[in-house]
Design a protein around this ligand. Structure first.
Ligand code: UDP
Length: 236
């Protein structure tokens, strides 16, 4: 039984590449199956894809590229992730639509919020690609914006191999402690890096609840949708 009617699921680039460059079809097929299960339960699902498994603008900038062009490369990477997930969702019997913030009519619809909502109402999964279409933003921020625009009940921030928000990086600090719950203000005050501050402040200013959870554990999407207390919930 779902606690939510409509959710926005943010999948980072890591969720597609399993930590490597490019896409790992086995991982994506697994995520698609999990999404198919919750769609079958009647939950309306929209997805924002990250692109860090291809390019991150800031990293390319450090290697000598002009930031804005590098950011566009980053955004194009997110579209490839959309298409990969679309493929496995359709194979799992789930109707999908991809909408991109940079127009590319041959592969996707343009981002049209009201049409996206209509797709959701018809049981289609909507995959939002190309970020915001604007350099200097992150897909975390886009996830918060899209969640607000389509009136999602919750923003589900999936992490790969990390089961929530910690007070310091658990990969480098064995003493790091996980929060079960956290306010937006504490998240920002502690300068926690697991999502960017723009995303958190957008969620805070508009009262959008967020849950950070580990996507690497099979079944976690259904658990979080059922309202099980896994991961870290961020709220007012
Ligand atoms: N990006 C951008 N504008 C956006 C969203 C993304 O310029 O609105 C670029 C930026 O270079 C970013 C890259 O796309 O580094 C991939 O997105 P992100 O780093 O958010 O992906 P994730 O960390 O979730 O894999």
């Amino acid at each position: 039984m779902s606690k939510y009617r409509r959710v926005l699921l943010k999948l980072s680039g890591e969720a597609f590449g399993g930590g490597s460059v490019g896409v790992d079809p086995d991982i994506i097929a697994g995520v698609a199956d999990e999404i198919a299960e919750i769609v079958a339960d009647g939950v309306e699902v929209a997805v924002v894809t990250g692109g860090g498994n291809f390019f991150r603008g800031a990293q390319l900038q450090q290697r000598g590229m002009e930031r804005r062009r590098a950011d566009y490369m980053g955004m194009l990477g997110t579209v490839m992730n959309c298409l990969a997930l679309q493929d496995f969702l359709e194979q799992a019997g789930v109707p999908t639509r991809v909408q991109t913030a940079i127009t590319m009519g041959q592969v996707a619809e343009p981002y049209i919020p009201l049409r996206a909502v209509r797709h959701l109402e018809k049981g289609r999964v909507v995959l939002f690609g190309a970020g915001s279409g604007m350099p200097f933003f992150s897909t975390d921020t886009v996830a918060a914006q899209r969640a607000l625009e389509i009136r999602a009940d919750v923003l589900l921030m999936s992490k790969n191999g990390t089961d929530g928000v910690y007070d310091s990086d658990p990969r480098t600090n064995p003493e790091a402690r996980r929060y079960d719950q956290l306010t937006y203000t504490d998240f920002l005050a502690n300068d926690l890096k697991v999502a960017d501050a723009t995303a958190i402040s957008l969620a805070r200013d508009n009262g959008l609840p967020m849950i950070f959870f580990d996507l690497a554990v099979r079944g976690n999407i259904a658990r979080v949708i059922a309202g099980e207390k896994i991961g870290t919930s961020v709220h007012a």
